[in-house]
Design a protein around this ligand. Structure first.
Ligand code: HEM
Length: 517
């Protein structure tokens, strides 16, 4: 088995365990981005409710929050707790989302954009939480305000006025109202814009978590809010130094650094970490793939590849070659993930065409063209021996096929299982193999996002190009698993072999002259 780094190995084991408990559709680790959106909704709705009772003046803020927490504990109090805990849940989810992309090596190459824009987005969420704590204007709010001012004043273009104002007790109502405005409107708007940019290079972005997962998360938040309601510290008092504060480490982890470092050094540390994270996609080893290429002489402008591309790398334009079709497709190489899904989408990727000539299609991968795929199938068919001759068609990102090949098993690994035109399966069966075992990434976790899903839809006839009815479904098996699940692959192959043996026996006994033997 090829080397899998320990972080990935442990992470995949955890996800497998979650799959057992939740099923792949509801696995929270497959839904981290959508869960973050769900928690933002809870934060937004609870925040709007709190705004009704919140006094945005320096003198009235604390009392208004106390009123909500104690006098109206059953409504505004619960909303306050939901607001707090959903914010914490959002940041935990976002951090897990970030860790997942890192652990599964999904942040480099064509994914650099989502990663690069994710880092400042994370900071936006953190600063949104910081201004939220500030607004309560309790001892923690004062702590946040004082230390934030120290940090701001350490910037080269500031003149140390902010912290001095605090020490002199001159924080004005107007400044406080500005913070309220930032927290309630300015920062959320920027955040929405940042998230929009973050997912801009992806298509079919899911932003709604599965209903069961959303409801379960909400019930957990509500239970937590009732069991341990969010409360304030004592009121902010410039004269008093509070020794112990219940710090929210999810949002306020930077501030304790100021106990050990100067404000300038704290900036250097946080900016250094941020910078390092932003450049991570370009650190070695480098990942490159050659973009798909359009062959207009085989493209009828059906646009299926543009519809299927998970990375929005294919657009449609008016025909340029004078052919009778209205449109043609264009690949944008800088956006292309080189997953090959477009090859699987193209109706011209049909191995039955041009039987003895070079097979060409409308859109192809220059380093692994459709003709090579057909050639590999032909070669496998000619080499396979025995009664249960199986071709395994899989992808490079999931199961490791090392050692699987034998006299009756041949393997064809594609960039993504979505690269496989359904007619390839039909072709292999028609050429005489006994069965085709198709593998792919774990259900709900395709490395190229939509390869598994498109394949399923092509097979059930709801997405073009479809797997035709004449392909014997009993001789096709689909098995989805991660790199670490090789043992299961062997048992799947063994089961498939038995299934094929039975089918072969049944067919033999059904042949004329054999039926009553
Ligand atoms: C406000 C916080 C964030 C939200 C709501 C969010 C949400 C999302 C969503 C919905 C997707 C698309 C997933 C899909 O449909 O396949 C995505 C992709 C991605 N995110 Fe985030 N994200 C956030 C922060 C971050 C951060 C902090 C990072 C890392 C620094 C990050 C890295 C990525 C990467 C690399 C992808 C691409 C995944 C792929 O191509 O399969 N995200 N994000």
């Amino acid at each position: 088995m090829s080397y899998i780094n320990p972080i990935k190995r442990v992470y995949l084991a955890i996800e497998a365990w979650f799959n057992l408990s939740f099923g792949s559709a509801w696995n929270p680790l497959y839904n981290l981005g959508t869960l973050a959106f769900f928690f933002f909704w809870v934060v937004l709705i609870s925040g709007l409710y709190l705004f009704i009772f919140f006094d945005t003046s320096l003198s009235g803020a604390y009392a208004s929050v106390e009123y909500m927490t104690h006098d109206q504990w059953y409504a505004a109090g619960v909303m306050r707790s939901l607001h707090r805990y959903a914010s914490d849940a959002a940041i935990v989810t976002i951090m897990l989302h970030m860790f997942r992309e890192f652990a599964l090596d999904r942040y480099r190459g064509f994914r650099w954009f989502s990663w690069f824009t994710g880092v400042p987005t994370l900071w936006m969420v953190i600063t949104l939480g910081i201004t939220g704590y500030w607004l309560v204007w309790d001892e923690l709010g004062l702590y946040v305000a004082m230390l934030s001012s120290q940090l701001v004043d350490a910037l080269p273009f500031m003149n140390s006025a902010m912290a001095r104002n605090f020490v002199g007790g001159q924080l004005t109502d107007r400044f406080f109202t500005l913070m309220a405005f930032l927290h309630l409107l300015g920062q959320p708007l920027f955040l929405v814009f940042a998230i929009w940019i973050h997912v801009k290079r992806l298509s079919f972005v899911e932003i709604t978590a599965p209903i069961g997962l959303s409801m379960g998360s909400f019930i957990a938040l509500l239970a937590l809010s009732l069991a341990a309601p969010a409360v304030s510290h004592g009121p902010a008092d410039m004269e008093k130094v509070t020794a112990v504060l219940n710090l929210d480490w999810f949002y306020l982890a930077v501030y304790p650094l100021l106990d050990y470092f100067t404000a300038g050094q704290t900036w250097m540390i946080t900016l250094g970490i941020t910078f390092f994270m932003m450049i991570m996609p370009w650190l070695p080893p480098k990942k490159t793939g050659h973009a798909a290429e359009v062959h207009l002489d085989h493209c009828n402008g059906c646009e299926q590849c543009a519809d299927d591309c998970p990375f929005d790398a294919i657009s449609v334009q008016a025909r340029t070659d004078g052919a009778r079709y209205e449109n043609e497709v264009v690949v944008h190489p800088n956006l292309c993930a080189a997953c090959g899904i477009c090859v699987g989408s193209c109706p011209s990727s049909n191995p039955f065409r041009q039987k003895n000539e070079q097979l060409e299609t409308g859109i192809d991968m220059p380093q692994f063209p459709i003709n090579d795929i057909r050639e590999r199938i032909n070669k496998a068919v000619s080499e396979l021996l025995g009664d249960t001759r199986i071709i395994v068609i899989g992808c490079d990102n999931a199961l490791d096929f090392a050692g699987l090949e034998s006299s009756d098993i041949k393997v064809l690994s594609l960039y993504c299982i979505g690269m496989m035109p359904p007619t390839i399966v039909e072709y292999a069966l028609q050429k005489g193999v006994d069965g085709v075992l198709i593998t792919g990434c774990r259900t709900g976790d395709c490395y190229y996002r939509y390869g598994n899903k498109w394949m399923d839809q092509r097979f059930d006839g709801s997405r073009r190009p479809i797997l035709r009815g004449r392909a014997d479904r009993d001789r096709i098996k689909v098995f989805r698993a991660a790199e670490t699940d090789c043992k299961n692959l062997r048992s799947e192959v063994a089961d498939f072999r038995k299934q094929l043996q039975k089918l072969n026996e049944a067919e033999t006994s059904n042949q004329p002259g054999q039926a009553h033997e």
